[in-house]
Design a protein around this ligand. Structure first.
Ligand SMILES: Cc1ncc(COP(=O)(O)O)c(C=O)c1O
Length: 424
């Protein structure tokens, strides 16, 4: 060892502090964090050997286990395996089916063209990186998903954040951005927001934000992960729902929610999608989406188009759940999508004791969000209804929530520490 060097071992720092959730891992692993849901994907699955009603899966339309989807996935896997196509799209990994899926996705969201991405997270990051030059300025919603925030850490230009869904503040930040562009005499402005914010379930105010184009020129990029397939007359998402799809310059969605699959796409004008196609580093320097995913996603998209009853069932269940919760006096905030948050008050330890009760005694599996993700003293349950849930499951859930909320208010879950439920 050379004693002249300052010695700080990175690994030593990491194991001193495992982070906001990691710090609880010794009691939480395998139960509150990294739980294993087993069996066929559906409204009921097994958790630690017990069958539970599940409200945690973004399997909005119930496609994960749809017989036609399962057959398409299996047939494509048998026909192509996971290797094909080999290489990146640009070099040797292109196929007619990849291009067909891109054409069909573009048509579905009423855009000229689209580009496939292997994952939503890295795809949108890389697309934003490809689009934004040194002098471009990004204006974005404060509650944008981590993948957008991470993209903004990569780009070289300035960015201005506006208060969540606050159109007035968005205009203020747009004016700042425009002033900077004027000063630089170079660059343009890109606004980034979401179709549906996945935590609170509120739709981005796309129509009002798009209307600001009349005051300040900008391009609009919308991440519609939770709106694609669930909103709009044809399922084309939040823009279609709000009557402003044409004002969205770049439309993005992952396949991880309504499509119950893997992959993502960005759609927009042909010229711009072509630019992205030739400049998006995460796709140029990575292997192409395997054929079974492409074929499986074509089948899913066909079902989105041909089975509107899936979306109707999803909404029937979402409204039954949301109205039932409201009738019972729960605060479900401002959701205007199927995402159903329930806001409660309590500490982290109480929240975990309540989750344990609801799993062990009511056989209901759902996710909670606590400090430090949200302010201290607050608990958010996040329920994701699907087309597959039944009225009986909704009724049992409403009853369980009423009873556990009464116990929470009576202080029955006050425990000194997080219950030790880790895998041993
Ligand atoms: C809003 C939003 N954008 C992007 C992503 C990332 O997509 P993927 O899971 O395909 O990486 C997610 C989560 O899946 C999301 O909720």
């Amino acid at each position: 060892m050379n004693n002249e060097y300052f010695m700080a071992d990175i690994f030593e720092r990491l194991i001193k502090n495992y982070g906001p959730i990691g710090q609880h891992r010794e009691r939480a692993h395998g139960y509150f964090a990294f739980p294993k849901l087993e069996g066929e994907v559906g409204s009921k699955m097994k958790f630690r050997g017990q069958e539970m009603i599940v409200w945690s899966l973004n399997n909005y339309l119930g496609l994960a286990n749809h017989p036609e989807v399962r057959k398409a996935d299996a047939d494509a896997s048998a026909q192509y395996g996971l290797a094909l196509p080999m290489g990146a799209r640009m070099m040797s990994g292109n196929s007619d089916l990849h291009e067909q899926l891109e054409r069909e996705l573009a048509e579905f969201v009423h855009k000229e063209d689209s580009i496939l991405m292997n994952y939503g997270y890295q795809g949108i990051m890389s697309a934003i990186d490809a689009i934004c030059g040194r002098h471009d300025v990004v204006v974005y919603d404060a509650e944008c998903h981590a993948c957008i925030i991470d993209a903004l850490r990569m780009i070289p230009g300035h960015r201005f954040v506006f208060k969540h869904n606050d159109v007035e503040d968005c205009e203020k930040q747009l004016l700042r951005a425009q002033a900077l562009v004027d000063k630089q005499q170079s660059g343009g402005v890109l606004v980034i927001t979401e179709g549906v914010f996945g935590m609170a379930g509120d739709q981005g105010r796309l129509k009002e934000i798009a209307a600001l184009k009349k005051k300040v020129p900008f391009r609009l990029l919308v991440d519609d992960a939770h709106g694609f397939g669930t909103l709009g007359k044809t399922g084309a998402g939040a823009g279609e729902e709000q009557g402003c799809q044409d004002e969205i310059d770049l439309y993005f969605s992952t396949f991880a929610k309504s499509m119950a699959s893997i992959g993502a796409f960005m759609a927009g004008p042909r010229t711009i999608i072509d630019y992205i196609r030739y400049n998006i580093r995460s796709q140029i320097f990575a292997k192409s989406l395997p054929m079974p995913y492409v074929v499986g996603n074509l089948k899913r998209l066909e079902l989105l188009r041909s089975k509107p009853e899936l979306k109707d069932n999803l909404w029937k269940n979402a409204l039954a759940l949301q109205n039932g919760l409201k009738e019972k006096g729960f605060d479900i905030g401002k959701t205007d999508s199927v995402v159903t948050p329930i806001y409660m008050k309590g500490g982290v330890e109480e929240a975990t004791a309540m989750v344990m009760d609801i799993r062990e005694n009511y056989k209901i599996f759902c996710s909670i969000v606590v400090y430090p993700v949200i302010p201290k003293g607050h608990i958010i349950y996040r329920l994701i209804p699907t087309a597959l849930h039944t009225q009986e499951e909704i009724d049992l859930t409403l009853k369980a929530f009423s009873e556990t909320k009464a116990k929470l208010d009576a202080g029955a879950y006050k425990v000194a520490e997080i219950p030790d439920m880790a895998n041993k």
